[in-house]
Write a protein that binds this ligand. Structure first.
Ligand code: NOJ
Ligand code: MG
Length: 521
């Protein structure tokens, strides 16, 4: 099949929407698909190229949708299939791509497949999940620990007298990808959404699907660590090549981005395969790095070293629905969040924005009686404020989680009217990114280290940009930009808007990040 030279997902900026928290239109205090559809103009105005929707499938919501009980149905709390079709059509009408979440490692315990599997040892679907006899002492078959706890990844089933594996909650039994029928049933779920014209999938903990058939103990020196980041198996790569072939059999560049939750970028790199596995993979080590120039420089170096030689395109993410927002992590200072925005949107690779970061939101404070997530992630899932009124553009019913701090000044409407807002900074940076091939497609060369500063050059043919980020709260003199252009250097974008359009002075203010471009000769 003939494919364009540069697939859309390389130059794209994707905007993650956690549907429960985005916008409610039916008065139940929970965001819904119609809420997403009504706010597509916000995404388009921001300058993102597409959305990634966290799960909206039928689910008992033990893990707020990551426990899927029907992959091909919409949970009534979010709407129905017509709502998805309308949303996809309206997004495409605005030139926005639609990426949906796909949860291949586990299902809900309420999925008809699991109900059948647990009904009898000789049920035809028994092997669609991972069942084992107890260890000789009657305990769990191995020492694997499930996520968010120090508890075994195994639950005893009274009826059929075996344990089933669940790397997450007991309500999320792991699917057995070694079973060809299970694989083919999961492939059908991909086809179902490809047929509905989605542009790609974000594949949930996809590095977990291949399991060592012997299910050996995890190393005891890692005791207490969940099995999730430890599972790195050859089988997974075989399954991914099959998945990729399905995507490639559809017209258009259907994209897969893997949530590969491994702690080493070199391991993450293997999930690109030989260009025949996943198109993109999340690289989480930078998300876990502190706001420190030296540490960040190393992360950038590592991504370049591990990915460039194998022709793999990097991804960058600072916030998502599983981690405290970066504004909160970096010390709640808006000026750091602003600098981080310029960094995220100018690195080589595909950036993923998490809805609300363009508003500079912090995590909400969750009082103990409002806690709902078994993984402790409620704070970053606080609802998005659309306007400064007390209901912030939601329906009036109290939303399912408390509002984030400063919701009456960081709301979308207030920020849209303020050229100095963090939202305006995201928009200007995305305009600059779209305009410059160097920024959205070019290579990246790190400048020599300067204390407290990360600085790099992006280049594509004649198009060049320098990016400088001051990680400190003091001004830093960096002197002339390395490899300077013959002509004048102009500040194209700055976290300090007054500096834009001026010649580059060679000094960065505290927490300043900027894009420098060659000025007119
Ligand atoms: C990763 C998802 O991002 C997270 O929200 C979920 O709880 C786990 N995978 C399990 O599906
Ligand atoms: Mg609703």
């Amino acid at each position: 099949m003939l494919r364009p030279m540069t697939p859309w997902w390389k130059s794209a900026v994707l905007y993650q929407i956690y549907p429960r928290s985005f916008a409610d239109t039916d008065g139940d205090g929970i965001g819904d698909l119609e809420g997403v559809r009504r706010h597509l103009d916000h995404v388009a105005a921001l300058g993102a190229d597409g959305i990634w929707l966290s799960p909206f499938y039928r689910s008992p919501m033990a893990d707020f949708g990551y426990d899927v009980s029907d992959h091909c149905a919409v949970d009534p709390v979010f709407g129905d299939l017509d709502d998805v079709d309308r949303l996809i059509a309206d997004a495409h009408g605005r030139g926005l791509k639609v990426v949906v979440d796909w949860v291949p490692n586990h299902s809900s315990e309420q999925h008809p497949w699991f109900l059948a599997s647990r009904s009898a040892r000789d049920d035809p679907r028994r092997d669609w999940y991972i069942w084992r006899d107890p260890a000789p002492d009657g305990g769990p078959p191995n020492n694997w620990i499930r996520a968010w706890s120090d508890q075994p990844a195994w639950t005893w089933d009274e009826v059929t007298e075996q344990y089933y594996l669940h790397c997450f909650l007991p309500q999320q039994p792991d699917l057995n990808w070694a079973d060809p029928d299970l694989r083919s049933a999961m492939h059908d779920t991909l086809r179902f959404w490809l047929d509905r014209d989605v542009d790609g999938f974000r594949m949930d903990v996809v590095h977990l699907i291949g399991k060592d058939p012997a299910l050996p103990d995890d190393p005891v020196d890692l005791a207490g660590l969940s099995h999730v980041p430890l599972n790195h198996r050859e089988e997974t790569h075989t399954y991914l090549r099959e998945i990729r072939a399905i995507l490639d059999s559809y017209p258009g560049d259907r994209m897969a981005v893997g949530e590969v939750y491994l702690l080493d970028t070199a391991d993450v790199a293997t999930y690109y395969g030989d260009g025949d596995e996943l198109h993109l993979n999340f690289n989480f080590p930078p998300l876990h790095a502190p706001w420190d120039a030296h540490r960040w420089r190393r992360q950038i170096e590592r991504a370049e070293r591990e990915l460039t030689p194998i022709g793999a395109w990097p991804t960058w993410v600072l916030s998502n629905h599983d981690n405290p927002r970066h504004r909160t992590r970096y010390g709640a200072s808006m000026s750091r969040a602003r600098a981080a925005a310029v960094l995220l949107l100018t690195l080589r690779g595909t950036p993923f924005l998490y809805a609300g970061e363009e508003l500079g939101l912090e995590d909400a404070d969750i009082p103990p009686d409002r806690v709902v997530d078994p993984g402790g992630r409620d704070g970053c899932r606080a609802p998005l404020p659309w306007d400064p009124t007390p209901t912030h553009g939601w329906t009036g019913t109290d939303p399912w989680l408390p509002w984030p701090p400063d919701a009456d000044t960081l709301d979308v409407e207030t920020q849209r009217g303020d050229a100095r807002s963090v939202l305006a900074l995201y928009e200007r940076t995305l305009v600059a990114r779209r305009r410059s091939p160097a920024l959205h497609a070019g290579d990246l060369e790190l400048a020599d280290p300067i204390d407290g500063v990360v600085s790099f050059t992006r280049r594509c043919g004649d198009d060049v940009r320098h990016v400088l980020v001051n990680y400190t709260d003091e001004s830093v003199h960096v002197g002339p930009v390395p490899g300077s252009f013959a002509g004048r250097l102009v500040v194209e974008v700055s976290t300090h808007p007054d500096h834009e359009g001026a010649p580059f002075s060679g000094t960065l203010d505290a927490d300043e990040a900027l894009i420098v471009a060659p000025g007119p000769d």
